[in-house]
Structure formats: C-alpha cells, structure tokens
Design a protein around this ligand. Structure first.
Ligand code: SPV
Ligand code: MN
Length: 634
C-alpha cells in the first residue's frame, strides 16, 4: 500500500473491477493484457486516491502517440508552431528548473546522509498522500510503459509512468522506448520502477499553480517516485532524473553503475571505434563533447555492468532533453540542423513562440519578435517588476527530440549487450589548474582524484560568488540517493569484476591565462583522439605527480591531422604546466568534505595523501609551476 491512511486495503482486492470504473472497456483490456496483479493494484491505488475522470492506457502505437500529442495541445500544455511536428511547452516562471530543495530521498526514520537531501519515509508518504488526494479530478490519467535501456538487454530496467500531464507522456514517448508489449510479454515476473506525477492545479496560462507545494519524493524502498505541482521535465519525466536515483540505488545493491554520463564512440587507427563515457557538471562541455565525437550512443545517462570482465554500457534513453540556449549553426551544426528540420518531432520548452508561429531562442539567427515565452506575453524591451529586461528565451530553455535524428548516431544504440567502455572521462570547469587532458595512473587513482573529487567553477548562471570551485562528485551529486562515500566504494568494488578496467581521464576545456581560454572549442576532438590512442597503447605519455599528460610531439601530430592546425610548443607548455599550488588546494578542498562523510573508503585518503606527497616533492625540486619539459617521457 502506498497511501495506507487514505484508502482501505480491501478496496484493492479486485483492482480490475475498480479500474473498470475509470477505464473504457478498450483501455481496461489493454491493462488486462499485462498479467501483473501488482501493476493493476498500483494503478488502481493511484486512481482511487487521485480520482481522475478517466484513464488512458498508452501502448506506444502511432495512434496513441498522436492522441497524446493532441491532448497536450488541447490542454494548452503545448502550443502549435508553423511546423506541425514542432510544439512549444511552457513550465511557468517559477518552475523552470530542477527543485533541489523539494527533491528528497525517503529513508525510514529519515536517516541523515551527508550532502544528500533525505526525509523520513512515513512522513514523506503521508505528505504525498495528502497532495495527491483528488489531484486528478476532472483530468485524464495517462499510464505508459517504458524500457530503460535496449530491448532484451540484461542491463535494462523497466518503468511505469502515471501522469495527468500529456506533455510528460509526450516527452517520454520521444525520450524512451515504449515497452507496453514487453510488459505484456513478461507479465507477472517483471520488476518495474513506478513514477507517479501530477502537474496539480493549473492556472489560465497552463502553469502549475501550487509550486510552493512542489514535491519530488524518491521512495527507494518502494522503487517509486512521486512528483507533484510541477511540470519541468527534470522534476517530472520519470525515466529521466527520477529513475536515475532508483537505478543508482539498485546498482549499489547489485554491483553495477548507473552514471550521469554520455556514451560516445571515437574513431582510431584502421577505423576502429573505442567507446568512452563522460561525466561533466552543467556548463562544462558535456553535450558539445558528445556532439564532436565520431559516434553517439547517449548524451546524458549510462548504465554500466561488468560482463565477462568487461565494462559494458547502454544508454537507457533514446532521446535528448538538451539545453537550447546559444545553440547556433556555426558552433552546433548537428543539433541546429535537427532543430530546424520540420520533419523531426520536437518539443521546445521555454523558448519564445512568436506571433507568426515561429520559435526563437538565443543563438537562432534573426531577431526575436513579439510573442509568448516562459513569463507570458513578450515583446522586445519587456521588463520585469524590478525593471530588468526579460530575456526572450530562458537560459534553461530546452529541446526534446529523438536521438535517432543524429547523423552520428552509433549503430549499436540498441545493442542489448551494450558497448565496451575503454575510458571514463570526468570533465570540470577549472580556470587555473587542471590541464586540458590528464590520464589517471590506474582505476582507483582516477576514481578518487578525478571522479570523486570532480569540481567545477561556479558560473554566472548560478547565484553566489562567481569563480568558487564546487565539488560535484562524478557530476552526479544532484541525483545521488546514497552517500558519495558509498558510491566511491561501489566504484572500487566494480573494478574487481573487470579484467581490464577502463582508463580514467580528466578534461578541462576552461584553462585560462590572462582571462583568455587557452584551448579552442574545436580542440576537444584532439583530446578525445589522444585518449583513444592511449587506450590502445599507441600514444606516449609523460608521468607527473597527478597523472599522465600527452607529449608535445603526439599532440602536434594529432592537431595537424584532426584540425589542420599547427599546435605551438609554447601553447603546449602553458596548457600542460603542472600548477602545484592549485593541485594541492584541490586535494585540500575535496579531503575536507570527504572527512565529514563517514563511509568514505580509507583508500580515498591514502590516494590523496600520496598525491600530496608527490606534489610536494616536485615543488621542492622545481618550484610552484613545472613545465612539462621538465619530466621524463614514459
Ligand atoms: C541535467 O541538468 O543534468 C539535465 C537536465 O540533463 S535535467 O533533466 O533537468 O536533469
Ligand atoms: Mn543531465
């Protein structure tokens, strides 16, 4: 029982009879096809509490997809544009991003976990019960079934979405593989994650009215997530970031990894493809790296298992919910061409929808004209109550589109075996210390110094002091249901199952000198190609106290080949100088935080200590800043 105080247990004894009062015969038959009484009870219980006017069971057929789109338009959750396949959704001015404060992990007794927002499970479920009571009255409730990974894959999970938002259901049809027939095939044996969502009462603009009562509660024990009084996809689309928490938890218990990582293929000698997964906090180049690689399996999430001693990854998604701000034809030709392709089905969110029915976002050529946006009606020069100009499109405006439109889509996107992972990449925004690319000595060294201690410079997009370095372990902190100490221990355990663990690298595209970036945007491909050669033992490396760096000769050759440009020796020297003080400060910052996390593995501190000693020895010999030419090649 999910809502024990609200309904009688006995009322769920015959869930199909109860569901018959909400479903047409056709839709009841669709549920009956899935021979899973637990599922029937779950849906019946939600219906009994939320009291929808009707239930629509989505089988993923073209007809169902069309119906959901139509309902999103009719309910003004989406607006039409000049292109029939393109629609626009607005979340409302107070609902434009993930709500960290109200997203909580439910633990019995409200167990405290450092850095994680937890809450007492009983109290949380009680609160949710009250918020869901009658919340769908007069509304249609959509029930959809999804795969969280390729069909027939041992790595995949399954999810059921219940929502009163056609926009959420529409987004999921684009972003995930519909699994209705898989549920039918598997029947009772199927274990699934359950996502229960309601946008709550909506105002005349279609925005959720009671955002102050927005709640996103993750019930690990019940393998379920409840989300209410919100529409922003990061808070509502179950299979996106809500499932990630459940998947991390399941992986933690079963010994595999759910990561906030892209999966890309990089071409090497003889046309071989080597796969890399990459974790970057927001604003650190994750999407642009995925798009510059040779093939793309996924842009945001990865499920990674050890299979016969090899790390294998699948993308649980088949779509992208990407940031549209500043996407322009010159820097992002691949994404841009999809966004202006009338035959691609796209939901634009929080962009400007102009009176002529065209959409505009920052980066799109042409001027923004009068229309509607995330704050209501918009016209050039419109100001808010504080006299500040309202941007035509929001910085967190997004596009939702199938990944299958990418010309670089990897042919193994649906491979049930996943792709073999040769390297993990951790990317941060660091103006002063980290070189553009660095290879860890081994798995544990990389996990500790690059993954667990990943940090990123705070940018102007976040409130607070600009330039401060913030810890974001594995770029997954916002989505962790367990302690980062436990998550680090899981990575240590994972290595034991691997015959040849992936190499671990860190990248930093934001190293600056005199305020200017040292690397160009396009240089990302050079770092990827170097990593690709390293995993095949083809490129040389220089050993430094913090890991291996490329040789000048190898990079000069890669830059000439891949980018047709001369890579100057003095630029190399600036980029790859070991900045001892900065590295020592990084260690100090991370160690200070991990000292407050009781389940941090002892080895974390040992590895950090050794790195400190190596850096101090280097400093004693060569000073604060050490040129890469001072080290021996390996
Ligand atoms: C992210 O913020 O990492 C995203 C978008 O991918 S959200 O769905 O909001 O998490
Ligand atoms: Mn993400």
């Amino acid at each position: 029982m999910r809502f024990p105080g609200l309904i009688e247990k006995a009322s769920l004894e015959d869930p199909l009879r109860l569901l018959a009062t909400f479903c047409s015969e056709e839709h009841l038959d669709r549920l009956k096809e899935i021979k899973n009484p637990r599922l029937w009870r779950d849906i019946a219980e939600v219906a009994l509490v939320a009291r929808p006017a009707s239930i629509y069971v989505n089988t993923g057929s073209d007809e169902d997809k069309d119906y959901i789109r139509k309902r999103a338009l009719e309910g003004r959750e989406e607006y039409p544009t000049v292109h029939p396949m393109h629609t626009v959704h607005f979340d409302g001015p107070k609902d434009l991003a993930r709500d960290k404060g109200n997203t909580r992990i439910l633990y019995p007794g409200g167990r405290q976990v450092p850095l994680i927002n937890t809450f007492d499970r009983d109290a949380g479920l009680g609160e949710i019960g009250k918020l869901f009571k009658g919340v769908m009255s007069g509304k249609e409730m959509f029930v959809s079934f999804y795969l969280y990974g390729p069909r027939y894959s041992k790595l995949s999970l399954y999810g059921v979405q219940i929502t009163d938002s056609a926009y959420v259901a529409h987004s999921e049809e684009i972003l995930y593989r519909n699994g209705y027939w898989d549920f039918v095939e598997k029947g009772e044996e199927l274990e699934y994650m359950l996502f229960i969502h309601s946008a709550g009462e909506r105002d005349e603009n279609g925005w959720s009215k009671n955002v102050e009562n927005r709640r996103i509660f993750i019930d690990l024990e019940g393998n379920s997530v409840y989300s209410v009084n919100t529409q922003y996809a990061g808070n509502t689309v179950g299979l996106k970031k809500l499932a990630l928490r459940l998947a991390v938890y399941k992986g933690y218990r079963e010994g595999w990894l759910a990561e906030h990582m892209f999966i890309v293929g990089v071409k090497g000698r003889g046309g071989r493809i080597s796969y890399f997964t990459g974790a970057y906090p927001a604003g650190c180049g994750k999407t642009s790296t995925a798009m510059i690689a040779d093939t793309v399996v996924g842009d945001d999430l990865a499920i990674i298992h050890a299979v016969n001693g090899e790390a294998r990854a699948v993308n649980p998604e088949v779509g992208m919910f990407g940031i549209i701000d500043d996407v322009n034809p010159r820097d992002d030709p691949e994404i841009y061409s999809i966004l202006v392709n009338p035959s691609a089905e796209i939901i634009f969110s929080n962009v400007l929808l102009m009176e002529d029915g065209n959409v505009w976002w920052r980066g799109k050529p042409g001027e923004p004209k009068k229309g509607i946006n995330y704050a209501g009606e918009w016209w050039p020069g419109k100001k808010d109550e504080n006299g500040k100009e309202i941007l035509p499109s929001h910085p967190n405006a997004r596009f939702t589109v199938s990944i299958r439109h990418l010309s670089k889509l990897d042919p193994r996107i649906d491979d049930p075996e996943g792709v073999p992972v040769s390297g993990f990449i951790f990317g941060g925004r660091d103006p002063s210390t980290l070189p553009p690319v660095l290879e860890a000595f081994d798995w544990k060294h990389g996990i500790v110094t690059m993954g667990a201690s990943l940090e990123s410079e705070r940018t102007a997009a976040v409130l607070g002091q600009v330039g401060v370095m913030e810890l974001n372990p594995y770029a997954i902190l916002d989505f962790l249901p367990i302690s980062v100490g436990a998550f680090t221990a899981l990575h240590f355990e994972f290595e034991k199952k691997l015959a040849r663990p992936p190499k671990i690298f860190s990248v930093n595209y934001f190293l600056r000198e005199d305020g200017k970036f040292l690397a160009e945007k396009r240089d990302k491909i050079a770092w990827l190609k170097w990593m690709e050669q390293r995993v095949h033992g083809e490129a040389q490396a220089i050993e430094t106290p913090v890991g291996y760096i490329p040789t000048y000769e190898d990079l000069r050759e890669i830059f000439a080949r891949e980018l047709g440009k001369e890579f100057k020796e003095d630029l190399y020297e600036k980029m790859f100088t070991i900045r001892v003080k900065g590295f020592l400060e990084k260690i100090e910052r991370a160690t200070k935080i991990y000292s407050t996390i009781p389940d941090t593995p002892r080895e974390f501190f040992e590895i950090m200590d050794k790195q400190t000693q190596r850096l101090k020895a280097l400093e004693a010999m060569h000073g604060q800043k050490v040129s890469p030419f001072k080290f021996d090649k390996k």
